[in-house]
Design a protein around this ligand. Structure first.
Ligand SMILES: Nc1ncnc2c1ncn2[C@@H]1O[C@H](COP(=O)(O)OP(=O)(O)OP(=O)(O)O)[C@@H](O)[C@H]1O
Length: 274
């Protein structure tokens, strides 16, 4: 059964579905690579592929053979060049599944953790951020959601203490041996300090932002955690969530956004860009 006829072409429902899926996939790939060096490589590869199709259509067999080799080797090269984007894409799919949002699944199969009163976590956290910002102390705080952060927790110093403002301030004090790196908060407890986070290679990040902010963004590109970065230089507070960094938030704004995000069951309904 045909859905429509374009000249000599009969387009069926399956073809339309096929085109729709390819269009969605290409759009997602475009979104992932947009603005990065990888996007230029992607466009370049597409152009070579179009050239190959033209050459093949014209029947230039030698050039077709050469381009065929180039494209098959290029596909391998693309996997290497796009490894970050492919990883992000797969994570995006994993995060978007209903399994990941299913409370029962989360609780009993993923983490088996107890429900935490996130609202109670917010108060000391926000107050500590306020003081750190006012004192230009600098800070990097990860608040976990569903994803396991074991790898990052293990890169630092285990603390496993109830969250409190004095403890957070003590950790980020310039005299503390734990002030370098990130604090990870999990299930309402400060699980570790001095943790090393993955750094984002996003080309669109302003040059004024250094590695603290890149680490905040990088962590939210590969996990569903929320990360607060407090600049030592400017005292500005930024919030990273779902691979987006929102700069220069006021404390009330920070609290509202944290509340919205942390108390929301769904992972992709994060914070609106500021
Ligand atoms: N990958 C990382 N993981 C954890 N912490 C990091 C990482 N990279 C940097 N940091 C922390 O950020 C601190 C400041 O780094 P840097 O000055 O490059 O960042 P910045 O974004 O310019 O921050 P600021 O505005 O506070 O100066 C480091 O001393 C370290 O404590």
């Amino acid at each position: 059964m045909f859905a429509l006829r374009i000249g000599f072409l009969d387009v069926g429902w399956i073809d339309l579905l096929d085109i729709l899926i390819v269009a969605i996939l290409l759009y997602q790939i475009y979104n992932l690579v947009r603005g990065s060096v990888a996007s230029r490589v992607f466009v370049g590869y597409l152009l070579v592929y179009l050239f190959y199709l033209t050459v093949k259509g014209l029947g230039l067999s030698l050039l077709t053979t050469i381009l065929e080799y180039f494209i098959s080797v290029g596909a391998l090269a693309l996997i290497i060049i796009f490894q970050q984007e492919i990883r992000r894409f797969l994570l995006l799919i994993g995060k978007s599944t209903s399994f990941a949002n299913n409370k029962w699944f989360r609780r009993w199969l993923l983490r088996q953790s107890r429900d935490v009163d996130q609202a109670a976590v917010l108060k000391p956290l926000v107050e500590a951020c306020k003081t750190l910002a006012a004192e230009f102390a600098g800070g990097l705080i990860v608040i976990s959601k569903n994803d396991e952060l074991v790898k990052y927790v293990e890169s630092g110093q285990i603390i496993d203490a109830e969250i409190s403002k004095p403890l957070l301030l003590a950790i980020f004090s310039q005299y503390s041996p734990l002030h370098d790196g990130a604090v990870i908060i999990n299930d309402g407890r400060i699980q570790a300090a001095r943790c090393i986070l993955p750094v984002s290679d996003d080309d669109n990040l302003p040059a004024t932002l250094g590695f603290r902010h890149r680490a905040a963004l990088g962590m939210t590109e590969v996990t569903d955690a929320t990360v607060i970065a407090i600049s030592e230089e400017t005292g500005r507070v930024s919030l990273a969530v779902n691979g987006e960094l929102q700069y220069n938030l006021g404390i009330t704004e920070l609290e509202e956004r944290l509340r919205t995000y942390l108390l929301q069951p769904s992972q992709r309904q994060g914070l609106a860009p500021s």
